[in-house]
Design a protein around this ligand. Structure first.
Ligand code: GRF
Length: 219
């Protein structure tokens, strides 16, 4: 039998419930899958995502940021913990920490984030409320490569949802989360298959530039 190609090892960083982590676990559970979640690291010991990881037999680590003197020291420890797993890709899945430029540079081209808005709209927090307040007809989520600009790196894929008349932040968030759980595993799969890259011109899929909005999925 021919040797199976080595899967792409992924380390996931999170602080919370880990809905996106669960979508990745479900999507990459097959042993023939191109990606393998090697470890989950949280800055919060009570993050439910750690339990999801443990249930799936994935290594976990907790690095409590309050135990470090400042961002540089925490990020240095975080790099050490991540690199002990030798991942090809690091993904942020609700990791509620601002990362230092040194951290971001260390993982240049192999660090992805998901954000609950159609970037460049609504960087930062409370994105569903802000989309409703603005009267937007459409909202959604974005996967992007991480650069030093907060929520600002080259876009990989966006999913668009329609805003309904009676939406509240909670109902809108629910539909956006469902899309997150599709597009994050998709982007990771592209990366793991060697199809998604970042160079000085931006993000490319199969050698084609993804342009300013990334790959757009509209239902
Ligand atoms: C998601 O809304 C994601 O877009 C944002 O943080 C949230 C994480 O949710 N970056 P979960 O912990 O994956 O359920």
């Amino acid at each position: 039998m021919p040797d199976m190609p080595q899967p792409c090892d992924v380390v996931v960083l999170l602080s919370g419930t880990g809905g996106n982590l669960q979508a990745m676990i479900d999507s990459f559970q097959d042993s023939a899958s191109p990606a393998r979640i090697r470890a989950v690291i949280s800055n919060r010991a009570d993050a439910f995502g750690l339990e999801r990881a443990a249930r799936a037999g994935i290594d976990t680590r907790v690095l409590d940021h309050t135990g470090y003197e400042g961002r540089e020291a925490f990020d240095a420890a975080l790099i050490e913990a991540i690199d002990s797993f030798q991942p090809s890709l690091v993904v942020l899945a609700g990791f509620m920490r601002i990362l230092t430029p040194g951290f971001v540079r260390h993982y240049h081209g192999r660090l992805l984030n998901i954000h609950p808005s159609l970037l460049p709209l609504y960087k930062g927090l409370h994105t569903h409320q802000r989309a409703l307040d603005a009267g937007d007809a459409e909202h959604g989520c974005s996967v992007h490569f991480v650069t030093e600009e907060l929520d600002g790196g080259p876009l990989v894929v966006q999913a668009v949802v329609s805003v309904e008349l009676h939406d509240t932040p909670a109902t809108l968030a629910q539909r956006v989360h469902a899309q997150e759980h599709l597009i994050y595993p998709l982007a990771i799969r592209w990366f793991a298959e060697g199809r998604l890259t970042l160079d000085e011109h931006g993000a490319s899929l199969d050698g084609q530039g993804l342009g300013p909005s990334g790959h757009l999925i509209r239902h």
